[in-house]
Ligand binder design. Structure first.
Ligand SMILES: [Ca+2]
Length: 257
């Protein structure tokens, strides 16, 4: 068994380790084992368990890592996923998994999002490559929506009572993030006190209709290094537009009239 650039989270078992229990030799490289559970086990023993004599584990994050299984470049740290509870195992810009892999093991040209597998100094560990460093700028504007069936009056300006569209324009270095790559953009409403207007149910996917949760849209990069994501429907008040996982440097606030 060979595992390269895989992420294991929130798996459980009644026997052995919840992340992986390998009865034969395994080769594991650039992977993450975090938040898995095993019956009457904790720490490293709940993440990984190897019974082969020649298992090799390299450049891998294991929760509770003790060094017992040997290998180079393995460690224990919070992987700082964007939103693991919602199944979003992409890396935040301060993740210790960024550039922590070994390029020698990489066999696929792209990550799970279809973006280049190796960005920055080295390949990241886990299933997704963080691309915050390749994003040069983010701009966000609000324009009226005067398409058929919408209430814009045709003067181009978003005014109170009109349907409006938020447009986020992402600029990247096309040399590193080629055409066809996708950047994820989040739109989060802000309440009148300036706090994110997000219902608690958003965290665990239990929301019913009408709940306030951030909206994620994909901006597809073109050959000029630009991508656009839009939110049709500007809610009352302000909206914070961000590149997902990249922190405040790549967030912009816009006001909806
Ligand atoms: Ca990298």
């Amino acid at each position: 068994m060979e595992l390269i650039n895989c992420s294991f989270y929130d798996n459980s078992t009644n026997w052995w380790a919840g992340g992986i229990s390998a009865l034969d030799d395994a080769t594991i490289t650039n992977c993450i084992f975090w938040g898995n559970t095993g019956r009457r086990r904790d720490g490293e023993d709940a993440q990984v368990d190897f019974y082969g004599d020649h298992t090799v584990i390299t450049n891998t994050l294991v929760e509770g890592w003790t060094g017992r299984w040997g290998g180079e470049g393995n460690f224990d740290a919070n992987p700082k996923w964007v939103d693991a509870q919602k199944g979003n195992l992409r890396l935040r810009s301060n993740s210790p998994c960024i550039d922590a892999g070994t390029d020698d093991a990489v066999t696929e040209p792209t990550d799970l999002d279809g973006n280049p597998r190796i960005l920055g100094g080295r390949v990241d560990i886990g299933a997704y490559e963080n691309l915050c460093r390749e994003v040069l700028d983010l701009a966000a504007t609000v324009v009226e929506d005067d398409a058929e069936g919408h209430s814009g009056d045709g003067d181009g300006v978003c005014e109170s009572g009109e349907d409006c569209i938020i447009t986020a324009t992402v600029a990247v270095d096309p040399a590193t993030l080629p055409a066809g790559s996708t950047v994820r953009v989040t739109f989060t409403s802000v309440d009148k006190d300036g706090n994110p207007d997000v219902d608690p149910c958003c965290a665990d996917r239990t929301c019913g209709p009408g709940a306030h949760c951030p909206t994620v849209r994909k901006a597809r990069i073109d050959s000029a290094g630009q991508g656009i994501a839009t939110l049709r429907q500007c809610p009352d008040g302000a909206v914070t537009v961000c590149i997902e996982g990249c922190g405040e440097r790549l967030c912009r606030d816009v006001d909806c009239p």
